[in-house]
Design a protein around this ligand. Structure first.
Ligand code: SF4
Ligand code: SF4
Ligand code: SF4
Ligand code: FES
Length: 673
């Protein structure tokens, strides 16, 4: 039922306005297009009323009121600007500037600083109070962010963001009086502290006190007004966090989370360290031209015509002479749904390749094995169910590395909602906060799961299995507590990671699925189980059948193959026996694949992940999201569509989709199946 909100009539700067009861004066003014300056207030955070920059006059009283914390009342007469109010705001601004070091000229945030902008707006061109010349420490222990307390204005936004959005409460005010500063945990450095490195504190900081260590210099960034904001998503782990990418002159300058508005996600617009910082790094040596390895092993540039002819020619020859058995295709599941369809169709239909797989095929085979056994309904739950669970069993998973936002959600659940979290078999930074932690070596995980099954299903206490798994007395005690907590829980959820799917033992996963089923399915008919997949679009690749049900052959009859690489990510391939013995291997890659330099024969450059549009599938496979192109690829790099179109034409293959749009539709259809 809709709740009826009472309306309140008041006047702001002589204008009569009608607003919802319960709003603050600041909100009422903004809703009516009247601007009031603020510093400590942020629309994604609770109001604090600390900086007094938003003061207004109410009912003619000379005692000014902070509009961000004062609720509206019927008949109120508010004045937001007059000489006296401006003088008060300017004086407060002078104190802020005098208190610490705000030499904008030497600050990496200059041009993109709310404090600086407001000082200009208030026409503060000199100080009438003396500088305090207090010296405060700086903290550059984190790879990603620097803290310079000399530029902090103690507005508390970072403290509230860390507590309210992230749920970590790492930050707080420390010391008193002139020594007051923002401390991390018990006066730790950022690196030593329990900080997740998510960077929300930095995003909401209105000054240069918390800055991004990548691309932070004014010389690169210039003024933020000259940046182009692009709404897109992060495709690195399958959680598809919405981001705003800021670009100037084809430089990616900043990535922010979308903190405001309800987007139906439990993370409230957070980003993790990967989404916010990793994309700003310069990774690997870019390939900006096709290259061919010469007879003496050196790499030489070639033309597009030469490379397309060479690669299509070799694959076609092998297809004609030896058949598809002699051709392989291997793709990174970091690629978009569209790229994966292009790759799969070209390999299977264009080249008749019999073996096509993804780098994470081993994990796929574990999951597919459970489907094959057909014992369990196997539709995974959405990761968004995590905050609602009263108990989460983390099995062989390290979400802080694979899907970092999940670590944050669990941390928040533990600290703010008494969510029970059991970590079994893998260490993760979440582990010190976990309710239960049972460490076992990776190989012993199946024993632990076997004991868990016995304990939960009441078919014994699994004592022998626990002994075999090498659990000490404390771990055995913790194990029995886990079994009891699971039995008592009403809404538990299993979160399984790579250490378990990597075992290539579907029976273990099937056991977990059956335990999950014991507590009933979710209303959308999904199992209480989420599988954290290894790459950004693993779920998409798996759903589109690109990963192979058969293991990569140790020794093969491969004579030619094509590899689709994503970001520098070739470690898996370097170990492939079959690759080494194949006669001809070409790679399509944005980067020069250093560890494959002696194993591939031809390199086709492609756009890096931010240089191409595409859709990606969420970690559990329920949703897709569109990632728009943020940057232009270097001159001389063809996009994936053109590369595969050209290769397909040259082997005489004509796919049914003849445009990117139709390709996207096909990919979407396959994901939804
Ligand atoms: S934080 Fe802002 S106001 Fe302070 S020095 Fe840096 S740019 Fe200037
Ligand atoms: S980076 Fe994230 S977790 Fe760390 S202090 Fe800032 S808000 Fe808190
Ligand atoms: S670090 Fe930034 S956000 Fe935090 S209190 Fe200081 S100025 Fe405010
Ligand atoms: S913005 Fe209102 S007191 Fe700081």
């Amino acid at each position: 039922m809709e709740t009826k909100v009472n309306k309140v009539k008041l006047s702001i700067d002589g204008k009569e306005v009608l607003v919802d009861d319960g709003l603050t004066i600041l909100e009422a003014a903004r809703q009516n297009g009247i601007d009031i300056p603020t510093l400590c207030q942020h629309e994604a955070l609770s109001n604090w009323g600390g900086c007094r920059m938003c003061v207004v006059e109410v009912d003619g009283s000379p005692k000014l009121i902070a509009s961000c914390v004062m609720p509206v009342r019927s008949g109120m007469a508010v004045v937001t600007t007059n000489d006296y109010i401006l003088e008060c705001r300017r004086t407060m601004m002078e104190f802020i500037f005098a208190e610490r070091n705000h030499n904008c000229m030497f600050c990496p945030q200059s041009g993109d600083c709310e404090l600086q902008k407001l000082a200009y707006e208030l026409q503060m061109d000199h100080l009438t109070v003396a500088f305090s010349f207090n010296k405060f420490p700086t903290d550059v222990t984190s790879e990603y962010m620097a803290i310079d307390h000399n530029r902090c204005i103690l507005c508390g936004r970072c403290v509230r963001a860390c507590k309210e959005i992230v749920g970590a409460s790492v930050l707080n005010f420390q010391n008193r009086g002139p020594k007051n500063l923002i401390g991390m945990d018990l006066d730790e450095t950022r690196e030593q502290s329990s900080c997740y490195g998510c960077g929300i504190c930095m995003q909401v900081c209105p000054t240069g006190a918390m800055v991004n260590r990548y691309r932070s210099h004014y010389a690169v960034k210039g003024h933020s007004k000259d940046w182009q904001p692009l709404d897109t998503v992060c495709s690195q782990c399958g959680l598809l966090c919405p981001t705003v990418n800021f670009v100037k002159d084809n430089n990616l300058l900043n990535i922010e989370g979308k903190l405001t508005g309800d987007n139906g996600r439990p993370d409230r617009g957070q980003l993790c360290y990967k989404g916010r910082f990793e994309a700003l790094k310069n990774t690997g040596k870019r390939l900006d031209s096709p290259m061919v390895r010469s007879g003496n092993g050196t790499w030489e540039k070639s033309t597009w015509d030469e490379i397309l002819k060479l690669v299509s020619g070799k694959l076609n020859d092998v297809k004609k002479k030896e058949g598809g058995e002699a051709i392989f295709g291997l793709a990174s599941s970091a690629a978009s749904n569209e790229e994966l369809v292009l790759f799969r169709d070209f390999m299977t239909q264009g080249c008749s390749a019999v073996y096509v797989d993804t780098f994470d095929g081993a994990h796929f085979r574990t999951v597919a094995g459970v489907y094959k056994e057909g014992k369990e309904a196997f539709r995974e739950a959405s990761w968004k169910m995590i905050p609602q669970a009263d108990m989460v069993m983390l099995l062989g998973a390290a979400p802080s590395q694979s899907q970092p936002m999940i670590s944050t959600l669990l941390g928040k659940g533990i600290l703010q909602r008494s969510q029970k979290v059991a970590v079994l078999g893998e260490t993760d930074p979440i582990q010190p906060y976990a309710t239960y932690y049972i460490p076992v070596a990776d190989g012993a995980l199946p024993l632990l799961i076997g004991a868990l099954k016995a304990g939960i299903k009441g078919s014994g206490d699994g004592g022998k299995l626990l002994e075999k798994a090498g659990l000490d007395a404390d771990a055995v005690k913790a194990f029995h507590e886990v079994v009891k907590a699971f039995s008592d829980s009403v809404n538990p959820l299993f979160v399984v990671g790579e250490k378990l799917t990597g075992l290539e033992d579907p029976a273990v996963l099937a056991d977990i699925a059956s335990l999950a089923k014991q507590k009933g399915l979710y209303p959308d008919n999904t199992l209480r189980l989420i599988i954290l997949k290894p790459r950004g679009n693993s779920a998409g690749a798996w759903k589109m059948g690109i990963s192979s049900s058969n293991k990569v052959p140790g020794k093969s009859k491969w004579k030619a193959g094509l590899v689709l690489l994503g970001e520098p990510d070739d470690s898996y391939l370097a170990a492939l026996e079959g690759l080494k013995s194949a006669g001809f291997v070409a790679a399509i890659s944005p980067y020069f694949p250093e560890s494959l330099a002696d194993q591939v024969d031809a390199l086709i450059p492609k756009p890096a992940w931010l240089e191409e549009e595409g859709t990606f599938t969420s970690v559990e496979g329920h949703e897709t999201a569109y990632k728009q192109k943020t940057l232009q690829a270097p001159a001389g790099v063809m996009d994936s569509w053109e590369i595969f179109k050209n290769l397909a034409e040259r082997v005489g293959f004509k796919p049914e989709y003849q445009s990117w749009k139709n390709l996207s539709k096909k990919a979407e259809h396959e994901i939804k199946k």
